[in-house]
Write a protein that binds this ligand. Structure first.
Ligand SMILES: [Zn+2]
Length: 173
């Protein structure tokens, strides 16, 4: 049993994906860190690299990871296949697209890995921008790369994110 997250993070992923045939897939996904994953999750992210929870997956419910997995499932559904057919020739039917992922907190090491893997699988997605807040709800500054607290390792965000409109912004592609 894990304790409830001290900080509830919310992520919003806006996407448009185009295919070799048929209409684009576009929409907005919203997830909150406290809610469980409700569907198949292809992108698992990374376990804690060291410390008390070394080897454990502590970011299963992170909203960034959830939204990327929900989008991957939507793409597969659009292409009429399931996880077992998650193959290069299926993904090759994706011909373009853009993603914007906004979360309150920057993505952790595990969610950054999920995003990296997703973009590797979808080379034709031309634009992926990650944004997150520069100040928390109490108005305290959040660094571009914020160290994880408690017993968690790693950090949140991207060291070279740039400020834009009160958010941190990192262009992954
Ligand atoms: Zn995460």
């Amino acid at each position: 049993m894990t304790t409830a997250a001290a900080y509830e993070n919310q992520a919003t992923l806006t996407y448009r994906i185009s295919f070799t045939a048929g209409p684009d897939l576009s929409g907005t996904l919203r997830r909150t860190s406290g809610t469980p994953v409700t569907m198949s999750t292809y992108y698992h992210g990374l376990p804690e690299p060291k410390g008390r929870f070394a080897g454990e997956y502590r970011h299963e419910r992170d909203p960034e990871r959830q939204t990327v997995n929900i989008l991957a499932n939507a793409v597969l559904e659009r292409l009429g296949c399931d996880d077992d057919q998650y193959l290069a020739q299926v993904l090759a039917q994706v011909t373009g697209g853009s993603i914007e992922l906004h979360s309150e907190k920057g993505p952790c090491h595990s969610c950054r890995a999920v995003l990296r893997q997703f973009l590797q699988d979808y080379p034709m997605i031309a634009s992926c921008v990650v944004t997150y807040r520069k100040t928390d709800k109490r108005g305290h500054a959040i660094r571009a790369l914020e160290p994880a607290g408690g017993d968690l390792c790693g950090s949140y965000g991207y060291e070279d994110a740039v400020e834009l409109g009160g958010n941190w912004r990192k262009v992954l592609r």
